[in-house]
Design a protein around this ligand. Sequence first.
Ligand code: CTP
Ligand code: MG
Length: 236
Amino acid sequence: MPPPDRASEQALLQSVAIVVAAGSGERLGAGRPKAFVPVGGRPMAAWSLDAIAAAGIPRAVVAIPPGHGAIAEDALARGDLPLGLAFVEGGATRSESVRNALAAAGPDCEAVVVHDAARPMVTAGLFTATLAALAGADAAIAAARVTDTIKEAGADGIVVRTHDRSRLWAIQTPQAFRAEVLRRALAAGEDVLAQATDDAWLVERAGGTVRVVESPAANFKVTTPHDLALADSLLC
Ligand code: CTP
Ligand code: MG
């Protein structure tokens, strides 16, 4: 990865990271919120905070499950981490958690990079690459090329079409945004926010330009116990 140029260094200085960690982790079924489940010997969200600090992003706001302030401080706040860290209660949906964190980030950031705590394999380089790719776009999002053939089937299980794989991307986080664009996109109604599986869709539906930034498939989301076992073996 080439060193960041002056323009992207400037973007880093004025950026804030939002880590969404307020989900319950139902599909993982670990008996506690997924962000605090150990992986590679550390709470899952700690890996992402390290990558954010290593990228040179100065501040991070972490959305945590309501009532988990003390647990989050304990698990994630480290004196030696060169990162201004704040915690905020998340909402009932992922987008509401992003909205709460963005409100807590304050008005004076120009770029925001949103990341799932459930992707502990993220690298510092992916944070800087998405922020740098904001030049000329409203959003720049990590995405892996699709390697499986994707078919569409009806409710009866009968295939109706095969998509052109060369144009398909599996969307991940980090997702970088111009702060003002994300603020406007998140002002959508609760029903729209509840449908959003990522924030970039909210920008797309408002007519914004969203750019994909190729990322490794290794940046997968820990969703199931199988994913946790895989992440654990990679991070140990
Ligand atoms: N998230 C959040 N607030 C919510 C829901 C999700 O901050 N109300 C976060 C999760 O903590 C996670 C990311 O969004 O880091 C992606 O969500 P997902 O993988 O679905 O995590 P969970 O919602 O925790 O898992 P599940 O859907 O299995 O309960
Ligand atoms: Mg979820």
